[in-house]
Write a protein that binds this ligand. Structure first.
Ligand code: MSP
Length: 628
């Protein structure tokens, strides 16, 4: 059996944030679950590079767009590696294999008479990379990007006959109730189809950044028409037809709820036009908010997944996102909730269980547990947990899968409390009962770890090692290793606590302190963490003509190079600053000062006389390090 799974490919105009990472983590859990189930899985991710925003960001940094995209690829790959994302292939839309596929599919649709020339006139939101109708705008702005003025576009375009496929799409939705999940999204799309479809523009005139239309090379393919084809390109469409026949259609596209229309209406219509089979399923997951707010770089409410993964490692983050958010619904991340769940699920529950089993195995049986008994009620519960886990995971209720694994962890903790091995250890007559209890508890932990392996890969591997399981990780199979095993000695391994408890006082987040009227209102740590303070290095500095106070700096932030205008000209000469390490606010909205766009703020103390003194460090520290 085969399973071809994809995620949305990301725009590379900024680094991944926790929302984009959420999608990749959940898709990774699905991919790992399929592999654990013995299914030959192909998991694709990638970067969407032909976006105008990407092009603009590259130019802003004085970089060739291709070189900029190369740099960003490294950053994305580093974050995905840090989060333990196990993709099998990573596609970039600037690769030749993708270009070939896009040109082929566009030509096929053109030859079919589904692409025609027309005049496009209307609004375009560059951040959405989407044409907007007047009725979609709020106060003349795109509701998703209120800081940006949409552009009015009037140009000769090529259009795709989307309207021609409306009936076939509607029929496909009706005949395949699980084509789009969850149901709320399916209903939304069905209503949209019932309301009728208009043809869509699929090219942009006079642009340089993109793939030329094969039949009209002065036009580049519209970024969405281009991007969707990545799913076919990656498995050989246009370059390796045998491979394509093996892997296409995709079994599952995992995408965010904002882009389900592109995936369940536009993409299927393109495939129908090209005579290709449709993907089996699209899952439109919800949004992850940060402290109740939409995550957005431009609003300064974005959270870097690397920062979160640095706190306790990637697995607690993966668990939080999978277990705490019902898959398909929106969810929220706050530091205090995160630390609370870490303590409850990992430190106090699973971590404590693993430590107790090892401590008792050592104390009573020199770390060797002989098979004894059948596992009784706990074994039955493990069987139920496995069934619930599989049903949930197969139905993409990933949160249900996590809950089923933890049901077994809870039950094992209760089992230990009820059987009280420390009491059994006191009487020689209870020796065989003690054997049974210790073996049973360790076996239940082993099964819980197998179930958790897709969600917390490295941690599950460590738990398996501690309970003496020697199966090579790639050879683990749910239908064999997820079942109760009453044979084989368990050589238990002791180790330091897997997830030391965070004490209230070291929590990143304390509850907001009550303020008396005399005190200044305090802010929460979540509010503070919204400010992205970073170490940066000054590369160039120059005076701004006609300004007494302002200097124009070019700084290296470790992730990009950008211009910042700083009001320090009265205290510093430009040449004193070059090479210096400073601290900047990296996520400030851009502002124009004396005609120069500033992308951040330099931190400095201010003397009573108002003289700025730059914030610095007493040791070398590389650009990009977070300051907090
Ligand atoms: N490039 C397009 C997708 C093309 S797919 C052929 C795109 N890129 S994106 O970078 O803006 O978003 C990538 C994915 O992250 C999308 O599925 C999007 O829905 C998802 N998310 C973006 N912000 C998110 C949250 N705050 N929460 C969860 N998912 C979010 O769209």
């Amino acid at each position: 059996m085969r399973f071809y799974l994809t995620t949305a490919i990301d725009y590379v105009n900024s680094r991944p944030h926790l929302g984009t990472a959420y999608e990749k983590i959940t898709a990774d859990v699905i991919a790992r679950y399929k592999r654990l189930s013995g299914i030959d899985t192909h998991f694709l991710m990638g970067n969407d590079e032909h976006s105008q925003n990407v092009y603009r960001r590259a130019l802003e940094q004085g970089l060739d767009p291709a070189a900029y995209c190369d740099q960003m690829e490294q950053q994305f790959r580093a974050v995905w590696a840090q989060l333990d994302i196990s993709f099998d292939d990573f596609i970039r839309t600037t690769e030749p294999r993708h270009r070939t596929a896009v040109q082929k599919l566009a030509q096929v649709c053109f030859d079919k008479g589904d692409i025609y020339e027309g005049l496009y006139e209307g609004w375009y939101c560059v951040s959405c990379e989407a044409f907007k109708q007047e009725k979609d705008l709020v106060d003349g702005k795109c509701p998703l990007h209120p800081t940006l003025v949409p552009e009015w576009i009037r140009e000769k375009n090529y259009f795709f006959r989307l309207s021609r496929y409306r009936d076939a799409l509607l029929e496909h939705f009706r005949a395949n109730p699980t084509f789009l999940q969850p149901d709320v999204r399916r209903n939304e799309m069905q209503r949209l189809l019932e309301g009728g479809l208009e043809d869509i523009s699929v090219s942009r005139a006079g642009q340089l950044w993109g793939i030329p239309l094969p039949f009209a090379p002065d036009n580049v393919v519209y970024v969405w028409f281009d991007a969707l084809i990545n799913y076919a390109a990656a498995v050989g469409y246009g370059t390796d037809e045998r491979r394509f026949a093996e892997w296409w259609p995709a079994n599952l596209h995992v995408v965010g709820k904002d882009i389900t229309r592109f995936h369940t209406i536009v993409w299927p219509a393109m495939l129908m036009s090209a005579g290709l089979p449709l993907p089996k399923q699209v899952f439109g997951h919800g949004w992850v908010h940060f402290g109740g707010q939409r995550m957005s770089k431009s609003l300064g409410t974005s959270l870097d997944p690397s920062d979160v993964a640095e706190r306790f490692g990637p697995d607690p983050l993966r668990l939080y996102l999978v277990k705490e958010i019902s898959y398909g619904s929106d969810g929220d991340f706050t530091w205090d909730r995160y630390e609370e769940r870490y303590n409850v699920d990992l430190a106090n529950n699973l971590g404590n269980l693993v430590s107790r089993v090892a401590a008792m195995a050592e104390k009573y049986r020199g770390l060797q547990l002989q098979p004894a008994g059948t596992g009784g009620r706990l074994a039955e519960l493990a069987t139920t947990a496995l069934a619930r886990y599989q049903a949930s995971m197969d139905g993409l209720a990933l949160h249900g899968g996590a809950a089923a694994a933890f049901q077994l962890v809870d039950a094992t903790n209760e089992y230990i409390a009820e059987t009280a091995p420390w009491t059994l250890a006191r009487r020689a007559a209870d020796a065989s009962r003690l054997d049974e209890v210790l073996f049973t508890a360790a076996e239940a932990v082993r099964i819980a770890a197998v179930l958790l392996r897709p969600i917390m890969p490295a941690s599950a591997a460590e738990v398996l090692r501690r309970v003496g399981d020697r199966t090579p990780l790639d050879a683990l199979r749910l239908d064999r290793d997820g079942r109760w095993r009453a044979d084989g000695t368990k050589q238990i391994v002791k180790g330091p606590p897997l997830w030391p408890r965070v004490e209230e006082k070291e929590m990143t987040v304390e509850q907001p302190a009550p303020t008396t009227p005399a005190e200044e209102p305090r802010i929460t740590i979540d509010e503070f963490m919204k400010v992205d303070l970073r170490v940066a290095k000054v590369l160039e500095a120059e005076a701004i003509p006609k300004s007494k106070k302002l200097l124009k700096l070019k700084v290296d932030t470790g992730r990009d190079q950008r211009t910042i205008v700083a009001g320090i000209a009265e205290a510093y000469q430009p040449e004193q600053l070059v090479g210096r390490t400073i601290v900047i606010v990296a996520n400030l909205q851009p502002a124009k000062l004396m005609g120069v766009e500033s992308n951040g703020m330099v931190l400095a103390g201010s003397t009573d006389a108002g003289q700025p003194i730059l914030v610095g460090f007493d040791q070398e520290i590389p650009p990009g390090a977070r300051v907090r």
